[in-house]
Design a protein around this ligand. Structure first.
Ligand SMILES: NC(=O)c1ccc[n+]([C@@H]2O[C@H](COP(=O)([O-])OP(=O)(O)OC[C@H]3O[C@@H](n4cnc5c(N)ncnc54)[C@H](OP(=O)(O)O)[C@@H]3O)[C@@H](O)[C@H]2O)c1
Length: 256
């Protein structure tokens, strides 16, 4: 043990960030790259990914865009086959790509919305964890950060299914942290509050919800994608080396 203070430094690390073509995932990918990481950025649409990769490249970073629908198991298998072939290992996985196709009373929700939400937010995250951890396990270390939501801690009306899926992400993170700790793999979750992205655009268009968010948030405002990044960097770095199975809430105090 040295007395040297650990740093936010991802030099030489290979990180994979899903949902990295915009919003919170893009901010996370940019930050990991700015701190030296080689970042594999994943989303469904290649054009947006290419733009982010080019922009990271022009800032001096290194991003590798790969299209993958994380709701489709065969695409996840192909993604990891490519990573194994091209790099042979993975240091950091950030599961961030999620969906919320239904807003309304849970008892009226179409079964399809339930299936889609769980395919991407739960099965997708879980399969990514499985493949990611298998690549990390042989090396005796690895780090997984799952982006959950405060909806998984304090479910809200009209978003019950989404909240259920995010509660599953939290349980997945804690359970896998216990199983994989002995192999040197840490898993933690970040639970954002309401953040200004395309994902929250429907909420943003409602005057009532705008006011509710402001009134119920001690910081009296929505979060910005880059305000979630610090939590992810901390959990993905050596600065949090004694932390696993935890949930870090970034919500302007909404659930305090
Ligand atoms: N914004 C909020 O208020 C808020 C609050 C709490 C938690 N969160 C969580 O934060 C995370 C990121 O949300 P965000 O607000 O940044 O969303 P966003 O701006 O809508 O970005 C979503 C990203 O995920 C990708 N994506 C969506 N479905 C995908 C799929 N099936 N496979 C692969 N990629 C997919 C999108 O690209 P493509 O469309 O090209 O696939 C995009 O890159 C999510 O886990 C969300 O649940 C957000």
């Amino acid at each position: 043990m040295t007395n040297e203070t650990p740093k936010f430094d991802f030099t030489g690390k290979i990180a994979l960030v899903t949902g990295a073509s915009r919003g919170i995932g893009e901010s996370i990918a940019r930050a990991l790259s700015a701190l030296g990481g080689k970042v594999i950025i994943v989303a469904r649409k290649m054009e947006a990914l290419n733009n982010v990769a080019a922009s990271i490249g022009s800032d001096g970073g290194n991003a590798i865009p790969i299209a993958c629908n994380t709701g489709h198991p065969e695409e996840i298998a192909a993604l990891f086959a490519r990573i194994k072939n091209d790099y042979g290992y993975l240091d950091i996985l950030v599961n961030n790509a999620a969906t919320n196709p239904y807003y309304g009373p849970a008892i009226d929700a179409p079964e399809k919305a339930l299936d889609k939400t769980f395919e991407v937010n739960v099965k997708g995250y879980f399969l990514m964890c499985q493949y990611g951890a298998k690549l990390m396990k042989g090396r005796g270390n690895g780090n997984i950060v799952n982006i959950a939501s405060i909806a998984g801690l304090s479910p809200v009306p009209n978003q019950v299914i989404y909240g259920m899926s995010k509660a599953a992400v939290i349980a997945m993170t804690k359970g896998l942290a216990r199983e994989l700790g002995p192999a040197g793999i840490r898993l933690n979750a970040v639970a954002p509050g309401v953040v200004e992205t395309k994902f929250a655009a429907a909420l943003k268009s409602s005057e009532l919800i705008q006011r509710l968010v402001r009134d119920q948030t001690p910081l009296h405002r929505w979060g910005k994608p880059e305000e979630i990044v610090g939590a992810v960097l901390y959990l993905a770095s050596e600065l949090s080396s004694y932390t696993t199975g935890t949930v870090l809430v970034c919500d302007g105090g909404m659930t305090s």
